[in-house]
Design a protein around this ligand. Structure first.
Ligand SMILES: [Mg+2]
Length: 280
């Protein structure tokens, strides 16, 4: 069988991975690797305000995200504007998606996303990192392969992973590489790429770490597609709910993640440093 395998490099790499490594963890980026409270979420609030005169609170945004389908912040901005205009019976025109994207990007990047990030002046510069590079080095030395599956734009995802965290060519699926979550295609494709197409009962466990219902649903949908593969869903509440004053909301947010199917809820992303995926 080995002699007929077209890409022996890929096969030997996959075999090596399976022997050497005990699991694969793929990470969502926003709310997991970085706080987007003062970047994406702020751009969302300001965009909705610009077109409707109303600024949604973090609770309004969390409630909408709990519906499990609003993984794209442009679409969510438009949806919140539509809902508000309808609710208040306002005589306002609903903006085009293009107008939303343009406004949002101006707030978020404050410059051309395709240009060098040194020229950006938007809210993206506010982002607080929730992990450091050493975290990923530790995972690797603990036998965990890692990568990223995010709905963020490629320019934004690469900025945080490469420029801010200092990771070299990290495995990444970002917006446009695959259908939006909770469609599991991006998650499954990157898993296959990293493990050499060997998903199934003999493969090491694969976990996905995310902060929204859509992230949990992505894992549930992957299980439906490849029932023989061990998929683990790990959730954590986004950083804005980790304030002491928001403990009640955080508890209810986490219980929603559990109800959606999360196998484990983390207090902090750093709790993963010593995780054993074999116990799930
Ligand atoms: Mg997220």
């Amino acid at each position: 069988m080995l002699f007929f395998y077209k890409n022996t490099n890929l096969l030997s790499k996959a075999l090596k991975n399976t022997l050497k490594y005990s699991g694969l963890i793929l990470f969502d980026i926003d709310g997991v690797i970085r706080s987007v409270e003062n970047s994406y979420r702020l751009s969302l609030k300001k965009t909705v305000y610009k077109f409707s005169g109303w600024e949604p609170s973090y609770i309004d945004i969390d409630n909408a995200k709990n519906e499990g389908i609003w993984n794209n912040d442009w679409d969510l901005s438009l949806e919140l504007i539509k809902r508000y205009i309808k609710k208040e019976n306002l005589k306002l025109q609903i903006p085009s998606r293009e107008a939303i994207v343009k406004c949002f990007e101006e707030f978020y990047f404050g410059g051309d996303p395709n240009n060098n990030s040194n020229y950006w002046s938007g809210f993206i510069l506010n982002e607080e990192l929730l992990v450091n590079k050493e975290f990923f080095d530790k995972l690797q030395s603990n036998g965990i392969i890692w990568g990223f599956v995010s709905g963020a734009e490629s320019a934004s995802a690469k900025f945080v992973l490469e420029k801010r965290l200092g990771l070299k060519s990290p495995p990444l699926i970002s917006m446009g590489d695959a259908p939006d979550k909770p469609d599991p295609k991006g998650f499954i494709n990157l898993s296959k790429k990293l493990l050499g197409n060997t998903l199934g009962p003999s493969n090491i466990p694969i976990a996905y770490v995310g902060d929204t219902i859509a992230d949990i649903n992505t894992v549930m949908n992957a299980r439906k597609e490849i029932p023989s593969q061990k998929f683990i869903s790990i959730g954590l509440a986004p950083p804005h709910l980790h304030l002491k004053s928001r403990l009640k909301e955080r508890n209810s947010y986490e219980s929603n993640l559990r109800i959606a199917g999360a196998d484990l809820i983390l207090n902090s992303i750093n709790d993963l440093e010593n995780i054993n995926l074999a116990v799930f």
